[in-house]
Design a protein around this ligand. Sequence first.
Ligand code: NAD
Length: 473
Amino acid sequence: MEPTTALIPTTTDPIAIELLFQRQRARAEALRREGWESRAKRLRKLSRWIEENRAAIQQALYADFRKPAAETDVSEIWSSQVEIKHTLRHLKEWTQPRKVGTPMSLMGTRGWVQHEPKGVCLIIAPWNYPFYLAIDPLASALAAGNACIIKPSEITPTVAALLARMCREIFDPAEVTVVEGDKEVATELLKLPFNHIFFTGSPQVGKIVMRAAAEHLTSVTLELGGKSPVIVDDTADLRDAAEKIVWGKGINAGQTCVAPDYLLVQETVKDRLVEEIREVVQRFYDPAGEGVASSSSYARIVNQHHFRRIASLLEDAQAQGANILLGGMVDASQNFIEPTLLEGAPAQSRIMQEEIFGPLLPIVTFRTLMEATDVVNSRLQPLALYVFTQNAEHQRYLLQNIPAGGSCVNETILHLAHPDLPFGGFGNSGLGKAHGYAGFVGFSNEKSVLKQRVGRTGIKTMYPPYTPKVKKM
Ligand code: NAD
């Protein structure tokens, strides 16, 4: 089929966007008839492009917020490839009709579930992992056989332009297109009757997206944020916990949806844990003793707006009596905020109420697990819950009593990297799941089919005219 490059809208022009949408809708009908092999071909193209453009991806992320190349390798490139390759390995199996058993009452029939593409899908991506969080849902959308429009974040424009170039180079715009722009563009897109919307971003904007989707009864996957707690009890290996907490908080300078947001530590081990964290921060980000700002392993805050927001969370906490235990340095000239540990922030302070989304880690102590559980459950449902313990009963208690989108025990963040673990939030932190089979299902309609043998009827006794025998059933 003819490529339709001329149809890529360059402005918020609603007519151009509508035209692109109609073109994708027409192509979606053709995509519906394709087998899994054609979808696999697209996924392989995507994987190859990523492999060949590794340096360009690293440069784009560095240009947007000085993300270290090694972090880009792991959290943008490798994570995207893991998702694509896992999908390729399982695509044939996932796309086969799934047989179900037959109940006694329907003996003689057969039943199965077949996955069909939803049609034209919209992916709205955030800025914090701007490459991976566009590619990951795209892999699921392609696996499920959809056409797709991607709206990257305007806050990371270099990555947005790179994604647009990628799509121009490997896809027909009638199948996959990037539409660049800010919330004005997103608003125009959201007026269209998409068949599925996959949104990653803040809970506030998630509500706007869901309201717009409701207008067309469009299904949504909402990957949102929130305050993800870390709980460290007195049986935990503190050195191990400190390493994993500092890594989970330090990657992307804390601008990670599943970053540890606040630390709940059992009173008796607080001082030792703080010392371990101090040692790890130095080892990771300041081995030469020249200050974290000179580390090439530590990213910057994405822009002045977010820099001021995070710096003001710190100022506000200090004004309300919080003490800085480690770090605390900020430098507006380069949007730099040091990894910072603080204690004594009141429960009602902004830092304990809002998602931090930066390298500040407030510590709260607890005496009993019930107390820790109450602190977490007094807030909206977190995206992630991290538990550091060597006591199986403590682990069971915390996992059972704290609702959360996902969880790690004696680790941070890594549940996100497991393609067989459905990833997503719960309540305020999201709706629906991504990754692997869960991602494929999210972009598919699970069509249930019951097949009867010709000449056989269902439950004859249910046919009218009704008799007293039917009433007894
Ligand atoms: P955001 O909600 O501000 O923006 C996300 C996307 O929505 C962007 O593309 C933006 O252009 C668009 N947008 C903004 N305002 C809009 C509006 N009024 N109408 C329509 N679209 C609009 O989020 P962000 O600042 O880019 O990202 C940070 C948030 O995302 C944090 O809350 C973080 O926890 C969350 N997040 C969640 C996940 C996850 O997987 N659950 C991953 C990354 C980030």
